[in-house]
Design a protein around this ligand. Structure first.
Ligand code: ZN
Length: 356
């Protein structure tokens, strides 16, 4: 190995303005507080909302079916970490995604506190029918909290990706989802519309931001209260993200919640989070253990890891409401259950310890 040069990325960093001396722990500890104040150039939020999508977006990509009991155990544990939003499963055709064929059973068995929002992904009206049947059955038994409070619908911003994913044109998907959103809202459910390939498409390359915003506006008009912008294959870069969200807020109106959903496929996930924060985004989706994406070949990564996101935000003085140690326990447990090392950095390195 070559001897480290001063500019080597792994060379010890010096604290800002400390004249080249290595910063003391106390100096480093001041940094988050400086960033939390008004002295920064950009106005970052003081608190953010995080939706954990691992039990759906993550599990869906696992080749081996995870036993329902293990899913229930993990969801119940995640619901006690301080997370306030969980996407737990999807009402898709069992022959298409066998991993999530146990959606109704998972929802019946989980024990999630009433103040934690539970959402399910619904691809079409048939999925919504199945989901609503479950709620109606539950109402008959007079059970406690509803099995779920929120429905998420999705489509891709690019024609080719949408066609390959759901075998419909974007216009056909939108027409179908407008019906789903209307019916879900009528049933008293909160609705999120997720737009995949919002920042780039593996088949078409560039995706015009105007097109993404147009789709978002259609979903909003159909009843979506939140729009998730997905960087499905990890093509986004921070400059693009900052410019996109700076425009999106103004274009879509203040009443709509805008959520960033980044994948770490090329290691740019957290850089994109920072860019989104700087553009005023206060809502994120992530996956514990960095689950998601295709586990083959090894090293192909999925969603940004929730524990990496929480670690970074808390270091910056931005409140997530999440107990990082409790979250790491969930990530360790899922790693154990899946029996392979996961991509999360904080899982490997442990939380930052300032030795105070
Ligand atoms: Zn994802």
């Amino acid at each position: 190995m070559a001897s480290p040069k001063p500019s080597a990325p792994d060379a010890p960093m010096t604290a800002t303005g400390s004249g080249g001396d290595e910063g003391t722990a106390a100096e480093y500890r001041l940094l988050p507080m400086r960033l939390d104040g008004s002295a920064t150039a950009s106005e970052q939020p003081r608190a953010v909302r995080i939706r954990e999508v691992g039990p759906r977006d993550g599990f869906q990509n696992e080749p081996d079916v995870i036993p329902t009991g293990r899913k229930v155990e993990l969801i119940d544990a995640l619901a006690r970490t301080g997370l306030r939003r969980l996407e737990v499963t999807s009402f898709v055709r069992p022959d298409v995604i066998p991993q999530l064929a146990d959606a109704a059973e998972v929802l019946a068995r989980i024990d999630v506190p009433a103040d934690v929002g539970v959402s399910v992904l619904v691809p079409n009206e048939r999925g919504l029918d199945a989901a609503l049947r479950l709620l109606e059955g539950q109402a008959d038994t007079g059970a406690g909290r509803p099995a779920f409070d929120e429905v998420n619908v999705f489509l891709s911003a690019s024609e080719t990706h949408n066609r390959k994913n759901v075998n419909r044109s974007v216009a056909e998907s939108l027409a179908g989802l407008e019906v789903v959103l209307g019916r879900a809202r009528e049933a008293g459910l909160r609705c999120e519309g997720v737009i995949s390939t919002s920042f780039g498409c593996p088949y078409e390359g560039r995706v015009a931001p105007e097109r993404v915003l147009e789709i978002a506006a259609s979903l909003r008009d159909a009843g979506a209260q939140e729009i998730g912008f997905g960087d499905t294959t990890g093509m986004a870069n921070p400059r693009q993200v900052r410019e996109f969200f700076a425009t999106a807020g103004a274009a879509l109106g203040a009443g709509l919640e805008l959520t960033a959903h980044f994948h770490n496929t090329r290691g740019q996930g957290l850089a994109n989070v920072l860019a989104a924060l700087e553009a005023g985004v206060e809502s994120f989706e992530s996956s514990f253990g960095e689950l998601g994406g295709c586990p083959v070949p090894p090293g192909a990564t999925g969603n940004i890891a929730t524990e990496d996101l929480v670690s970074m935000l808390e270091q910056m003085g931005i409140d997530t409401g999440i107990d990082l140690d409790a979250l790491l326990a969930c990530a360790r447990r899922v790693q154990e259950i899946l029996g392979r090392p996961l991509g999360s950095h904080t899982l490997v390195a442990g939380p930052v310890d300032w030795r105070s």
